[in-house]
Design a binder for this molecule. Structure first.
Ligand code: PDD
Length: 296
């Protein structure tokens, strides 16, 4: 396995970051998780736009421009001969003396890890997964805006610990006002009285790229869609619930706390449409030519 570190590809054993890196010391940095299908990184431009936005929101100057990041991503996939992969790109503030001041760090650290994609078990898509509503609330937008995809994940980890203790697969967090926000690594949708509902970005969530795609698909399908503020009871009263993210795509939910949900027809429909979207995207990337991994 090869890892991209700063400006070159190194064997996994040589992929080391300093203990003085502020990503390690303070969670000071940003990241993106991407997924490739047949060698093509799905929604690459959207992920890069969000990465640069996150960096800018924490005052972190990106060490490479977007074209060079794209080359680095495809070089890493090529070095590992990966076609269906999980890709994580991390940029930390870099190594520097101990202290919160970002100016202590001379240059950001950039790491790209690419591994064979391990799909979620089929049974989860067939039966749906179990959620709890966590006691831990989502960070407020005024504290750490959830739109920053940062290395500082303790808020989500605390909710994940609650889920594990309860024997659930994922936790949903409410925001400080008690409205539904998002999962620890996912966005949430539910279907109620003929309307597909999802918390608005103003609720304090990461504006997921899968969420955006699914919203577009739902509108294209003629579904009525509402982005807004929803209570715990709105969620309990839904006929269907599902989650979205880059790696799980569209994941049906069978239970939230003690409330059980039905077959997941809308989730099934949107998952099929999402797969169709992926296929079209891959064909388009293939058609664009030789520079991308796998199409030389
Ligand atoms: N997580 N909300 C949170 C808090 C997330 O961490 C993620 C993604 C999402 C969904 O975003 P997208 O659809 O762009 O993947 C929502 C990724 C998968 C991760 O942490 O690895």
């Amino acid at each position: 396995m090869y890892v991209y570190l700063n400006d070159r590809i190194v064997p996994r054993a040589e992929a080391m970051v300093s203990v003085f890196d502020h990503g390690f010391l303070y969670g000071d940095g940003v990241y993106e998780t991407m997924r490739t299908y047949e060698g093509a990184i799905f929604m690459l431009d959207e992920h890069l736009v969000r990465l640069y936005r996150s960096a800018s929101m924490i005052g972190l100057g990106m060490p490479l421009d977007q074209d060079r990041v794209k080359s680095a991503l495809y070089d890493t996939l090529g070095a590992n001969s990966l076609r269906n992969a999980y890709v994580r790109l991390t940029v930390s503030r870099g190594s520097g003396a101990v202290g919160l001041d970002p100016d202590l760090c001379r240059a950001p650290t950039l790491v790209i890890i690419a591994e064979e994609m391990k799909d979620y078990p089929k049974a989860m898509y067939e039966k749906g997964i179990k959620l709890i509503i966590a006691v831990t609330r989502r960070n407020s937008r005024e504290a750490i805006d959830p739109r920053i995809k940062s290395l500082n994940f303790l808020n989500n980890i605390l909710a994940k610990i609650e889920a594990k203790k309860a024997g659930a697969d994922e936790a949903v967090m409410l925001n400080g006002s008690g409205y539904v926000a998002e999962g620890t690594v996912s966005n949430i949708f539910f279907f109620r009285d003929g309307v597909l509902c999802t918390p608005s970005v103003a609720c304090g969530i990461l504006d997921g790229i899968t969420r955006d795609t699914v919203l577009d698909l739902a509108v294209r399908e003629g579904l009525t869609v509402e982005e807004g503020e929803f209570s715990r009871d709105d969620l309990y009263g839904a006929s269907e619930v599902f989650l979205t993210n880059t790696t799980m795509e569209v994941m049906p939910v069978s239970q939230v706390d003690s409330v059980r949900y039905g077959a997941g027809e809308i989730a099934g429909l949107l998952r099929r449409m999402y797969r169709g979207e992926v296929k079209a995207y891959v064909e388009n990337v293939k058609g664009r030519g030789p520079s991308l991994w796998g199409y030389e």
